[in-house]
Ligand binder design. Structure first.
Ligand SMILES: [Zn+2]
Length: 227
């Protein structure tokens, strides 16, 4: 077996060899004094383990539009498409109907679907966050101006110094407890415009899920999209 490329680090604290795979790279920690030959023999011995762990596939991103299933606040909506005279969406129970205009060019059809589904999520986000904010702001003793949905690539929400709040429409693809955490997080910024200990203290007073919710978002953000 040819050796995979690896990063070697000697440590005076180590008694044994340790292999680790991080960001698709093999790292070796070795006790001082071990020869390169001993280290490489060890790597050869562990070839099976290394190969299994180096070839873990990237997380799969579902293609929601093709599957015609949309994640929505912890459940799934069925997507149904009909040809019509205009482009529009309608929610009926657990079905999201997309009307696609017969005048759309065939090559633009998918873009129209993306646009309509995004409009739907953005609309729901304004309703959900608008409705829930009133309740929490009261309890937290803060006041906001406007609630809107936002199309952000790298953040879930924002809070301006004027008290305008924005929430990423992609949050409507997450369960409600995640949305609730992001809501409380942004409302807490109305009192603390930073991420200080006082800020987190206020968040935890009104939401016990901050830690698991942040972990959930890190683990699931890759499929919260329509591309
Ligand atoms: Zn923040």
């Amino acid at each position: 077996m040819s050796l995979p490329p690896y990063q070697l680090r000697y440590s005076s604290k180590r008694r044994t060899l340790q292999l680790q795979i991080k960001a698709g790279q093999l790292r070796v920690a070795a006790p001082v004094g071990l020869s390169l030959r001993q280290i490489e023999d060890f790597i050869r011995e562990k070839a099976g383990w290394i190969e299994r762990h180096l070839s873990v596939p990237e997380p799969l991103v579902p293609d929601w539009l093709t599957q015609q299933q949309l994640p929505y606040l912890g459940r799934h909506l069925q997507l149904k498409i009909v040809t019509d005279t205009l482009n529009a969406w309608t929610l009926e129970g657990d079905t999201l109907w997309l009307q696609l205009s017969s005048r759309n060019k065939a090559e633009n059809q998918r873009r129209w679907m993306q646009q309509l589904v995004q409009q739907f999520y953005a609309n729901e986000a304004e309703l959900w966050f608008g409705h829930s904010a009133a309740r929490f702001a009261n309890a937290m003793g803060v006041q906001y101006q406007r609630i809107r949905s936002g199309d952000f690539k790298r953040k879930w929400g924002s809070c301006s110094s004027k008290g305008d709040l924005q929430f990423n429409w992609r949050l409507m693809m997450a369960p409600e407890w995640i949305c609730t955490y992001v809501l409380v997080h942004e409302l807490a910024h109305l009192r603390h415009m930073n991420h200080s200990a006082d800020f987190w203290q206020l968040v935890s007073q009104f939401n016990a899920d901050a830690k698991p919710a942040r972990a959930w978002l890190r683990q699931n953000q890759h499929w919260m999209q329509l591309d």
